[in-house]
Design a binder for this molecule. Structure first.
Ligand code: IMP
Ligand code: MG
Length: 182
């Protein structure tokens, strides 16, 4: 898609990058793939969702699974509210024990890789049986830390994106598709 679009909530101009229809199709595929990988585990899968951006993706992914799954939330906010990341702060932690559980970390976008790396380090200390990563978007251009993404939705170019949970200064998470902010 290359059309220039201005969604109702958007004061600035934005270009459509991934439509809601493409996202829905891809999330369904990921759900089937993930359900296959975990088909034989004997406890429910634990989805650890990174607040706040990944909540929209997680809600759809959860409903595309055909295996039992539980939800946990963690948060890693970077100081500053613009397009440049600041210092990382881990806040909300998981509630239930993860010892011996199969854990799937859910993130909206992997950029430098610092957020998921820090959270994965914390989760590994809780001794899960396995730990994998699902990310809706992968933007490899600005990677600083090596990250292995087990389930990727879309690889995107080096542009700041909004919508489907992703924000700019707290806004635009409600947009059904993914847009490049210009
Ligand atoms: P990383 O730690 O540099 O990999 O950054 C990942 C985090 O930064 C994600 O959890 C997002 O919340 C945020 N982020 C990175 N790029 C974007 C973007 O293009 N739009 C919105 N949020 C972003
Ligand atoms: Mg985030």
């Amino acid at each position: 898609m290359t059309d220039v679009m201005a969604p109702p909530a958007l004061k600035r101009t934005a270009r459509a990058l991934i439509s809601a229809e493409r996202i829905a199709k891809r999330v369904q595929e990921l759900g089937e793939q993930i359900s296959g990988v975990y088909a034989d585990i004997d406890t429910p899968l634990v989805l650890v969702v990174i607040l706040k951006g990944a909540t929209v993706f997680a809600a759809d992914l959860l409903r595309s699974l055909s295996i039992p799954a539980e939800l946990e939330f963690v948060s890693a906010a970077s100081y500053g509210s613009g397009t440049t990341p600041g210092k990382l702060k881990l806040a909300h932690m998981v509630e239930g024990p993860l010892v011996g559980r199969h854990v799937l970390l859910i993130e909206d976008i992997i950029d430098s890789g610092r957020t998921v790396s820090a959270i994965a380090r914390y989760l590994r200390r809780l001794k899960p049986a396995s730990l994998r990563l699902a990310a809706l978007l992968d933007r490899p251009a600005r990677r600083e830390v090596e990250v292995e993404i087990d389930f990727t939705g879309f690889v995107i170019p080096d542009k700041f994106v909004i919508g489907y949970g992703l924000d700019y200064a707290g806004l635009y998470r409600e947009l059904p598709g993914i847009y490049v902010l210009s």
